[in-house]
Write a protein that binds this ligand. Structure first.
Ligand code: SF4
Length: 368
């Protein structure tokens, strides 16, 4: 795994006194710092670089998120395409990631090629509390791993030191920290009281080395998961994106056996590879020889490129059979899939997003 070291840090003066800002600046005592009340001018100059995305990642901007801090997952708000949703909330704490997963959708944000950390942590916690106070759900899942990896910079930002204790006091909410890193140092000194789940996105090791560039290897992720279990955390795994290379059956069987021989995850999710058309062109440009864009894909009603439905069903049915050979106790769901795929694969679809949400958290809700 490659550690992140920026070449410059821009700081918005409005968050200079935030504990997150202080944590970052103390972590990088030798990196030049520039105060910047407006967006750094690099954003207007990025186009002159051969790979603006790569160049932008070398610059870290600590600022304030003035938008909606806690929002519903994109799938939950896309009603047009009959997606089955799980009532997931996302805390917008950062944007961009120094890892280079070939399929990462963040590459599409070509006008924002900076590493951005939002440091207004107090407002984030207040926003979560307000949502919890207004919600009638008994098991809200809130994650941070949508526009950034949840933990890749945690040793630098210290976000988990605020979030884990906050959720430890909650009775009706779970925090999910989703990652491909091993940055769990802060977590090991905190008591999650059953309310934080650490989730690793995983793929067979040979896929990780081809597609999850600069991330922790599968073996390193598994070792980190063991350390988290020992420290009192529940762990979960996302087999996402599932990639249909010619050897996928054997590769995923080995992966699932490896995981379920060692862990009883809080949940497992399955999500077949998908991306927007524009992303396909970006991948071709940035990773010209990568095999990820070579398979046959169709444009689905949600506008995304996806494997054809029979292949997706085959992927899900096969992986589910591997899981069920090992255990029937782990809640498993499809991420961002259509009602038709649910029906044709498992013969039903969740009655509502609350129904699916309750299914996913059933193992942690019982034990907390
Ligand atoms: S870890 Fe996640 S956010 Fe980071 S590059 Fe990979 S897919 Fe993107």
């Amino acid at each position: 795994m490659i550690s992140y070291v920026p070449k410059i840090i821009y700081v918005d003066p409005s968050v200079l006194n935030s504990p997150i800002t202080k944590h970052i600046l103390a972590s990088y005592p030798d990196i030049p710092v520039e105060m910047s009340a407006t967006q750094p001018k690099f954003l207007n100059e990025a186009d002159r670089f051969k790979d603006p995305l790569l160049e932008g990642k070398k610059r870290l901007w600590i600022t304030k998120n003035n938008g909606k801090l806690l929002k519903k997952c994109g799938a939950s708000t896309s009603r047009l395409s009959n997606m089955v949703c799980c009532n997931y909330y996302i805390l917008d704490f950062a944007f961009n990631c120094h890892f280079e997963c070939v399929y990462c959708f963040l590459q599409e944000y070509t006008n924002q090629p900076l590493m951005i950390v939002y440091a207004n942590i107090e407002e984030m916690l207040a926003s979560i509390q307000e949502t919890l106070d207004c919600s009638t759900s008994n098991h809200i899942r809130i994650g941070t791993g949508e526009m950034a990896d949840s933990l890749a910079l945690d040793h630098v930002t210290g976000f988990s030191k605020h979030l884990v204790p906050f959720f430890a006091k909650q009775k009706r909410a779970f925090l999910e920290l989703k990652t491909k890193s091993t940055e769990i140092g802060h977590l090991l000194n905190l008591d999650p009281k059953g309310q934080t789940v650490i989730a690793w996105s995983v793929n067979p090791e040979s896929y990780v080395s081809q597609f999850d560039l600069k991330t922790a290897s599968l073996e390193e992720r598994i070792l980190a998961a063991h350390q988290c279990v020992k420290a009192g955390y529940k762990v979960a795994f996302h087999l996402d994106p599932i990639i249909a290379l010619p050897d996928w059956k054997g590769a995923y069987q080995d992966l699932i056996d490896q995981l379920l021989d060692q862990f009883e995850p809080a949940w497992l999710s399955l999500g077949a590879l998908r991306f927007n058309k524009t992303l396909k062109n970006i991948i071709r440009k940035r990773f010209p020889r990568n095999p990820i864009v070579t398979g046959e894909m169709i444009t689905a009603p949600d506008g995304k490129k996806r494997y054809v439905r029979p292949l997706r069903q085959d992927l899900y049915q096969t992986l589910l059979s591997y899981i069920q050979r090992k255990t029937k106790k782990v809640p498993t769901y499809f991420c961002m899939e259509t009602e038709t795929v649910w029906q044709k694969t498992v013969g039903y679809q969740p009655a509502s997003e609350q129904d699916l949400e309750a299914h996913i958290v059933s193992s942690v809700a019982l034990s907390s």
